[in-house]
Design a protein around this ligand. Sequence first.
Ligand code: HEC
Ligand code: HEC
Length: 500
Amino acid sequence: MSRLAILALLAACGDNTPQAEAPPDCSGLAPPATGLTLDAAREAHRRSALRQRLRYREAVEPGYVLRMTAQRADQARIDRKLACTLDLYETGRLLFEHAYTFEEGLAAGPSASPFHRVQTDRRGGPETTTCTSCHFRNGPAGAGGVADNALILGDGDRVSSADARNPPSLIGAGVVQAIGDEMTAELAALRDAAIARGTNVDVELVTKGVSYGVLHVAANGHLDTKDVRGIDPDLVVRPFGWKGTAATINEFIAEAAALHFGIQSEDVVIRAAASNDPVMLGDGPPEDRDGDGIPDELTAGQSTELAVYIASLETQIMKPHEQPVDRAQPSGPTEPYLVDEWAHGRAVFDQIGCASCHVPSLRLHSPAVTIRSPVTGGTVSVDLTREAEAPRIAQDETGDYPVFVFSDFKRHDLGDANASKHPQHGIAPRFYLTRRLWGVGDSAPYFYDGQAVTIDHAIERHGGEAAFARDSWTALSRDDQSALRIFLTSLRRAPRLGVP
Ligand code: HEC
Ligand code: HEC
């Protein structure tokens, strides 16, 4: 069905007549077929053909994709609900795969060396031209290798001046934002209820079973956060970035476009102006703050399209470990000799304390994620059970949506050996967010710097608050270690067909 969306998209290509303003009929649209089905094979061929057609269009009219997507995603139209979410997804995917050019605002324009491998403090490299050059391993919007690391907060020259960051896989990002948003709302409700009581009170900050410590609220409303743990004093859960630096997909898109491409989005300008951040804002004229002579480099609507695409990426589905191993489940092994090993490995994961941080499942109450444009405040809601790619989250008998995320969405001290050179977004050097483990079976290399080649290396690098689990792992028998390895290797993306 999404074929209709693409056909509509191409039919509109080059068509400059104003669209009718009636709300669109989105009912015929569906996310692309995935997996190893015949439909998925057709989908892979279709996408390959579309890509080539767009390349030809670009060859005829350079800048075509960016113009077309800007036209289709006017944020004012999106705000008036005149766009189908699945159309936004399709165009967002094109933007994710698009290679930006100098004419479109890439870098500071053509020069002898437009790219810099090492980023210069918060001004970025830029290093490359497309999101897929870093997010590609193990499927669309996947992880990156060590050669794709971003070298952030450096001096623009020496690798040793920077902090290396490995590109993580983006799967499940919509579900992640939705969980973070629910947690943030629950923490805010706890805080506000305590303030409303008007007495001295200590609030246990627990949401979805995760404890963020204790907030001391004084009768006069003063907040003391000295016993709050793993979260910023504003109690906003920020599940994106190795250090937990962003609460929303939009924030990351704005940062990625600026740092990796030198493309200044409307979103970044609004955010930088609001937070009085001259580095990200730039000192050019209002329509071209970064002063490269190209106005409107990534419009609010295009950022929304990118965010809808990323929010709709597939997730990993797993049965709760309380249930007996189900041979039909997509992630567990089906080979008879591995099934028991897998179940044992799953139990070891709990026994040695991995699950205390890598919490196997968090429960989502409402299966939708809201993408909010910082420019207009307008929103798009993505229904994660219907509009996202398969596999999708599903309701269980409690009415909630269990998400097998293997994270507590909390920052932990990983010890001196993992200390970064620079604080990032104000986060202290030794602190990192518990990384989600979905897809970990095929997202090597691991850890924030991509220097852990195997899962064993990743476990051995756990220090600080996680040192106890590392030591328990080291003390395991070879059989127990191999069972745990089998379990972690099973956490994979669903297999898929692709035509490059
Ligand atoms: C030069 C490589 C590179 C390119 C190009 C790149 N990214 Fe990333 N991406 C990264 C790295 C490295 C991180 C982790 C950054 C951190 O932890 O601070 C990341 C993280 C992210 C995240 C957060 C994921 C998470 O779960 O923490 C999102 C979303 C994202 N990128 C989107 C994009 C988009 C959209 C583009 C294109 C506009 C893009 N990236 C281009 C390297 C890249
Ligand atoms: C105190 C909390 C804590 C405990 C306990 C813990 N981890 Fe982690 N784990 C983390 C954090 C934080 C990260 C992210 C590190 C980083 O940013 O590179 C991580 C990262 C990982 C990664 C790398 C993921 C990736 O995509 O690079 C793996 C694999 C992993 N942990 C497995 C385990 C296993 C197995 C155990 C039990 C032996 C365990 N962890 C125990 C906090 C913990």
